[in-house]
Design a protein around this ligand. Structure first.
Ligand code: ATP
Length: 305
């Protein structure tokens, strides 16, 4: 049955290439939220976008966008409800003028809003009169970002949106995306390597590695559940510290102090209190540290299988 609260659903989606296996992917991206996919280079983020947009055909599995199955014939009307910013600009468009590309978009998208497009170019300080190949990397990125948004899509897929942008342009892009999310039932699925970008924008975070989804988490919950605790106690040993709930790593920090990483911070703190263990200090983990810990857990679980 169709779930009205889900914008993108992937069930058992697989794509096998000679050098890379993507999937089986299972993902449910909620409507009305910003979800960021994070993961190391080459883990399959862009390839997942290509499958969703039918730029590549999957071998198996089901993909649904906005309640419609993709990969079963022409989906022109569905694709018009989506905006896409690819990671890389097409080289074959290098000799095209910005105005010409915008004209194609105007014909293709029924809901193309020339005022919105002009306004975006103005805010982003882009002149679309130039040839695309002669625009600077950041300028072209901003231009293509404006194109992806100008028809007011319900769903926006952004592959590394801030790549090549200067800090001011990045801030402007974030403001535009916040405004886009405030206008109705909009959804963004993006990929990013920039921790600050993910932290400022995302409601949900999907971790990917080696073609698989390691997990999807609500951002605030994720950051509050992962932490590093420095704990100490006269009788404390590494073995005892390893018993902390959600323990993902124990290191000796000198004397009777141990540094533990946990993904169940509240439970670990309660456990310390009940065991008479003193919490010397606590630190929230950064996104990249959480990613490393998840990768480590994944490697361990694979080794144990
Ligand atoms: N058209 C293709 N033909 C063959 N292999 C491909 C193709 N496109 C991507 N791949 C391979 O699929 C894997 C995943 O690539 P993908 O671009 O999806 O990763 P990514 O997570 O987006 O990486 P990055 O963070 O570097 O952008 C890589 O090993 C890549 O070489």
């Amino acid at each position: 049955m169709m779930d009205e609260t889900i914008a993108i659903r992937l069930e058992g989606v697989e794509k096998n290439r000679s050098n890379f296996r993507l999937g089986p992917l299972h993902m449910s991206i909620p409507k009305g939220c910003i979800t960021a996919i994070v993961g190391p280079n080459g883990c399959g983020k862009s390839s997942s976008f290509s499958l969703m947009l039918e730029l590549t055909k999957s071998d198996t599995g089901t993909i649904e966008l906005l309640g419609h199955k993709v990969g079963q014939g022409r989906n022109t009307e569905l694709m018009k409800r989506i905006g896409y910013l690819p990671e890389q600009s097409s080289e074959h468009e290098d000799n095209m003028k910005g105005t010409k590309k915008a004209e194609f978009y105007r014909f293709w998208y029924d809901s193309w809003d020339v005022n919105r497009y002009r306004e975006l170019l103005r805010i982003l300080e882009v002149d679309d009169n130039g040839t695309l190949g002669k625009m600077s990397k950041g300028m072209r990125r901003k231009f293509e970002f404006a194109l992806a948004l100008a028809h007011g899509p319900e769903l926006l897929l952004l592959d590394e949106p801030s790549s090549g942008l200067d800090p001011l342009a990045w801030k402007t892009m974030i403001e535009i995306l916040h405004r886009y999310m405030d206008q109705g039932d909009h959804t963004i699925l993006m990929t990013s390597h920039i921790i600050e970008e993910v932290k400022r924008l995302a409601d949900f975070i999907v971790f990917m590695a080696q073609g698989r989804v390691l997990g999807m988490y609500e951002k605030d919950e994720l950051f509050s559940s992962w932490s590093t605790l420095f704990i100490s106690g006269d009788e404390l040993t590494a073995k005892k510290a390893a018993g902390a709930p959600g323990q993902c790593g124990v290191e000796h920090a000198g004397g009777t102090t141990y540094r533990i990483t946990t993904n169940k911070a509240a439970e670990a703190e309660k456990w310390c209190a009940s065991e008479g263990i003193n919490i010397v200090s606590r630190q929230a983990l950064e996104l990249d540290e959480i990613m490393s810990a998840l990768l480590m857990q994944d490697r361990l679980s694979k080794r144990l299988k």
